[in-house]
Ligand binder design. Sequence first.
Ligand SMILES: [Fe+2]
Length: 301
Amino acid sequence: MKVDIKYPEQDFYATISGVDVKSISDGDFLELRKVVESCGITVIKDQEVNDEEQIAFSERFGELEISIGTNHKKENNPYLKPQISRISNVNIANDKLIPVDDHKVVFDRGNNWWHTDSSFKEIPAKISILSAREIPEEGGGTEFVDARHALETWNSKPRKYSVEQVKNDITEHSIVYSRMKNTGDIFNDKFKKDMPYVRQRLIRTHPYTKRNAFYAGSHCIHIIGWELEEGRELINEINEWIVNSGEIARHKWSNGEIVLWDNRRVLHRGTGYDESKYRRIMHRTTVAGDKPSYEEEVILH
Ligand SMILES: [Fe+2]
């Protein structure tokens, strides 16, 4: 197994070669896991997998999340397992393009704003594992930025609030809020009721590296106990700094590639593509967290 790190100054964006995720040995898997947790993003090329194989590989990292309801509209059954989030403009039942104004396509378009997966869930995700099944001829990339680097360089500029001052602050996140803001009001009342605001830490200490990162992105609404606009201003400043302080890893997909990222450290977004013209089929499995982030301890060094 060979590891190549593209941005070594941030220990960010690794590419692995010489492994087959379907038959990876325990020793190689341990090494891969370390790379994923220490580099934020890990690309593994040439991995043709079906859903069962992707789930089996992903479960080696821990229990998987069950995908939220939007992926389980009737037309997906019985084709899709509940651990698979299908990010696609192709109807799984008839293999045809879904109209661009369909709820599913609009929902997926919301992924084009910087976010961290499942931060709108009470127990947020650890690692996302995305498999490229069919990529568009143009566009459809994914970009990643490093919220750990952002935190570690925060005090390099004059700031109203230092990391030390906000280290114990708790925010609220919601996908209803972020989609409402970015794609319009696309959810029915039942979905809104099922997806209440959840509390998250603004700063998280990674359990493996023990390094800290901001935890924000587009689902992050406000800071509990703060005056609304003051909290939003700080969240905006943090989100902008995450994007501008370090490298933007621009990933151009190849078919059969798997990319893993650590949602406790990176924000990501889709770059968009012409959904009326090109097909894009991506299947994601997501390693579930252990507990709500507000129950974690933050250790500043
Ligand atoms: Fe995502």
